[in-house]
Design a binder for this molecule. Structure first.
Ligand SMILES: [Zn+2]
Length: 113
């Protein structure tokens, strides 16, 4: 149980303001706050096109195309972004896009070709 990364206590050096309101995570007096990790994924367009072409060559037989495909990668995971959310903000409806903006500097070019 001690080796479970989910059971590792949060150190004060990991503390940062609430991602949504910018206040301390205990400003509302609650003893509970939330830690969210969001990871962006970028589609590997070239490989998706290659896989689709192979599917067409195999007459639409997707399982056979997957076997013959040199790679079945459809996307690449980018580094995760970690956010803390106070209990006050966690009970409100929020748009996930608020978390996305600093999760990734969205590439304008496909980085995996
Ligand atoms: Zn907040």
């Amino acid at each position: 149980m001690a080796d479970d990364p989910d059971s590792v206590p949060l150190d004060i050096s990991e503390l940062k303001p609430c991602r949504l309101c910018g206040k301390g995570v205990m400003h509302a007096g609650s003893l509970v706050f939330y830690e969210l990790t969001m990871r962006s994924c970028v589609i590997d367009v070239k490989n998706v096109q290659r896989m689709h072409g192979l599917e067409l060559m195999m007459g639409g037989n997707v399982p056979i195309a997957r076997i013959f495909s040199p790679s079945n990668t459809i996307a690449h995971r980018l580094a995760p972004a970690r956010h803390l959310i106070c209990s006050d903000c966690a009970t409100r409806e929020t748009m996930p896009v608020l978390f996305i903006e600093d999760a990734v500097d969205a590439p304008s070019e496909v980085p995996f070709q």
